[in-house]
Design a protein around this ligand. Structure first.
Ligand code: C5P
Length: 408
């Protein structure tokens, strides 16, 4: 979403200026064109040589280039920008921005910018807490500027107070979310995804589960969020996290029954439902309240199993016409025929079939080989070995084209 975007990255004179180099790297890696505008104080903290080498553009700091006398038009830079990010934003620069004190190139550019402005305050706790700073930040908010603060979890884990600059990745994610919500192909859409395994308790310390890691479902969630969707994952126990925890809501569950309930509560709101979880087919009929002790009986215990609900089938039965449901099928043989049978039985619009027989496919890997079978057209498309994120993009492309075909 940031590819080709024109970003003005403003750097002011705070110690966090070194982090702007990381932010610049993230932006450039994502394909954005970045113009650095740095304040005179900013140059005390970070050298323009580093910044121009990484951005591939001369750094702008003064109104004129000293040796050539070339004039830098703050108006042109302001108009060129698709977004302006000021990170770090010091108390002094924030005060100038709030009051229109245009005594350097950066603040002058800020006053001329037509693009949305994002700023990441960075100062010590006392400066941040001062009513003057608080008032200036409130003023900038009232101008529609976006204030980027560190995520709450991070504050706690770093034991650093309010005032510390948000991490470069968070600043980057905020920008990516902004453009995704504005221009993404799934903007305004609600996507509900199930992911990971389920654990079915035998007793408080043991369970029946499977080797699913949730990587495929989370890759779909990341890709849907990057396309601007409002994404919720109902997730079994996994170690993966969404790339941007602000963009993807995670509802954690343990068993198939919990997954069914959590999914049922959210399905009515969803436009697109993707059932990528490896749900356990059976659960112990009588999970023990206490750890089953080896000494208690001479023989090995027998665990009686009951069938778990089929989440896809239960939800599929109530599917509305304007909803798209995608299922997954992990097959070992007759993949195509079994996939088609499940498509019908579960009332799905599409099924993504993968086979453990394919190298690089299945649980735990970062790659997958899939065939997408479409109920409406009956077509089966086999894709080559790809990263799970690229497979996620293929799946969502298929969903988007099914949706636009459905509208005609
Ligand atoms: O029938 P099978 O388990 O092979 O079907 C796979 C598809 O059904 C997957 O999309 C999976 O998430 C879903 N499923 C489910 N609830 C179950 C079993 C499978 O939603 N109990």
């Amino acid at each position: 979403m940031l590819k080709g975007k024109h970003i003005v990255l403003g750097i002011t004179g705070g110690i966090a200026a070194y982090k702007s180099v990381m932010l610049l790297r993230l932006l450039v890696k994502a394909g954005a064109e970045v113009q650095i505008v740095i304040t005179p104080a900013g140059k005390e903290f970070i050298t323009p040589v580093t910044l121009s080498a990484l951005s591939g553009k001369p750094v702008i700091s003064e109104f004129f280039t000293a040796n050539t006398g070339e004039w830098h038009s703050h108006v042109d830079i302001g108009l060129w920008a698709d977004a302006m990010v000021i990170a770090p934003a010091t108390a002094s620069s924030i005060a100038k921005m709030a009051n229109g004190v245009a005594d350097n190139m950066l603040i002058t550019t800020y006053l001329s910018a037509k693009a949305p402005v994002f700023l990441a305050p960075a100062m010590d706790l006392d400066m941040m807490a001062h009513p003057s700073t608080q008032r200036n930040i409130a003023t900038l908010r009232s101008y529609g500027n976006h204030i980027i603060e560190p995520a709450e979890g991070e504050l706690a884990s770093h034991l650093v107070g309010k005032g510390r600059m948000a991490e470069p990745q968070e600043i980057f994610n905020t920008l990516a979310r902004y453009f995704a919500a504005k221009e993404g192909s799934l903007r305004g859409r609600k996507v509900l995804i199930t992911a990971g395994p389920t654990y079915e308790r035998i007793d408080p310390v043991r369970f029946i589960g499977n080797f699913s890691t949730g990587k495929m479902g989370y890759a779909i969630a990341d890709e849907a969020a990057a396309r601007g969707a409002d994404v919720t994952i109902v997730s079994g126990p996994v170690a993966v996290r969404p790339s941007d925890s602000e963009a993807v809501k995670v509802v954690s569950v343990e068993s198939a029954r919990e997954m069914l309930t959590a999914t049922q509560e959210r399905v009515a709101d969803a436009d697109i439902v993707i059932l990528a979880a490896a749900v356990a087919d059976y659960a112990p009929a009588h999970p023990a309240d206490h750890k089953i002790k080896r000494e208690k009986s001479a023989d090995a215990p027998t665990i009686e199993l009951v069938k778990n609900p089929d989440i896809a089938r239960t939800l599929g039965a109530e599917k509305r016409d304007n909803q798209i449901f995608v299922g997954f099928a992990l097959e070992t043989d007759d993949a195509d025929a079994n996939g088609r049978a499940k498509l019908v039985a579960k009332n799905l619009d599409m099924i993504v079939v993968n086979s453990l027989a394919d190298a690089g496919a299945g649980f735990g890997t970062d790659t997958n080989v899939v065939t997408i079978i479409d109920a409406a057209t009956g077509s089966a498309r086999r894709f080559p070995l790809k990263s799970k994120r690229a497979v996620a993009a293929d799946i969502l492309d298929a969903v988007e084209s099914a949706q636009s075909a459905g509208k005609q």
